[in-house]
Design a protein around this ligand. Structure first.
Ligand SMILES: Nc1ncnc2c1ncn2[C@@H]1O[C@H](COP(=O)(O)OP(=O)(O)OP(=O)(O)O)[C@@H](O)[C@H]1O
Length: 344
């Protein structure tokens, strides 16, 4: 029995070594019946399969060898496996293998939609469902962070629903997960869930190196993404496209944060945020603290869950169709991000 370090993520390297030594080679069709494709992401696809002998339905994540490094596949599989005991994290069967063209591992089948699919444009999802969902994701993220890991891809597409009212949800996709402290040197492309400190590492067209110093992966990156996700599912809009000086919506929020440091003032809330109660704004100011060091932990959302988050009469958004951010919800979800990482 190996001794596993529990809080610094070091056990992952040991699991990767062991798994690498025993990774079987087999062809998918020889062991599984492919029923249909369940979904597709930037890195691969997920197939609904049944085991040829046992008939067990599974969600098989299939990553092409041509675009996937073995080490990256093993890291995703080992991190997913280690965390899969949490009730709000997708379960695993302990089955991983490689075929001629793919790396694969079998996940528990979650039969509902993902959270992105149930967000009503410009409306979001009902506040009680948001709260149920947010509490479960906070619990999953606390579990991940307590093991010295960071998810790094918290977004509605990676939250799978077992029912349409979010009574039971599961966090999926550990393809970008890293040990806390891993260094990020640069990023290509942005997503609205990316924290401001991460956006400083975005490479512009033709640029080879980021001008900002490298960043350590910290749980505060997940906290920020969690805050953006909360905004998205409460409103059906993104709060901004990305956290840069050229994004007016983000700049409006930054200005509000500066004022909020002095005193909460409803009048000062940016147009997109006017629908929230002062209590919800206080919560957002802590979860989306611009300074990562001052950002609260995901679990602090529990302090606000008994309070109302949306005002009873929602203030209509003062947006022309051109600046309607919902248009970006689908487009931005498809953006590619390439993150350069090196382990310290
Ligand atoms: N266990 C599962 N059960 C049912 N459907 C699933 C399961 N896992 C993933 N899916 C579906 O497949 C889609 C893609 O899966 P996943 O996010 O793991 O792929 P990816 O290539 O890593 O995506 P991304 O581009 O977000 O990184 C999900 O959005 C979801 O709709």
């Amino acid at each position: 029995m190996i001794e596993l370090g529990l809080t610094d993520g070091s056990f992952i390297d040991e699991l990767i070594e062991i798994t690498a030594q025993s990774l079987a080679q087999l062809e998918i069709q020889e062991h599984f019946n492919i029923v249909k494709e369940l979904g597709r992401g930037k890195y691969g696809k997920v197939l609904l399969v049944t085991h040829c002998f046992k008939g067990t339905p599974m969600a098989l994540k299939v990553l092409p060898k041509a675009s996937t490094q073995l080490r990256g596949f093993l890291r995703e599989y080992c991190i997913s496996l280690y965390l899969s005991s949490h009730p709000c994290i997708v379960g695993l069967f302990g089955i991983a293998f490689h075929s001629k063209d793919h790396y694969c591992f079998a996940q528990e089948l979650v039969s509902g939609k993902d959270l992105f699919a149930v967000i009503k444009p410009r409306v979001g999802i009902p506040e009680p469902s948001v709260k149920r969902c947010v509490l479960q994701i906070a619990s999953a993220l606390e579990f991940i962070h307590s093991h010295g890991l960071v998810h790094r891809d918290v977004k509605p597409e990676n939250i799978l629903l077992l029912d349409k009212n979010c009574c039971h949800v599961k966090l999926a996709d550990f393809g970008l997960a890293q040990k806390r402290g891993t260094m990020i040197h640069y990023i290509r492309g942005t997503l609205p869930y990316m924290a401001p400190e991460l956006c400083t590492l975005v490479l512009l067209e033709g640029q080879e190196e980021a001008t900002a110093p490298p960043l350590h992966v910290e749980p505060s990156l997940d906290t920020w993404a969690f805050g953006v996700l909360m905004f998205c599912i409460l409103t059906g809009y993104f709060p901004w496209e990305c956290c840069t000086a050229s994004d007016d919506f983000y700049q409006e929020f930054v200005e509000w944060c500066v004022l909020e440091e002095k005193a909460t003032n409803e009048k000062d809330a940016p147009s997109l945020w006017k629908r929230f109660t002062p209590e919800a704004m206080e919560m957002f100011s802590r979860i989306l603290a611009l300074d990562a060091e001052r950002r609260c932990t995901v679990g602090e959302v529990r302090l606000y869950v008994e309070k109302d988050w949306l005002k009873e009469e929602t203030v209509p958004l003062d947006l022309s169709s051109d600046s309607d951010l919902y248009g970006h919800l689908t487009e931005l979800a498809k953006l590619n991000i390439i993150v350069g990482v090196s382990v310290t």
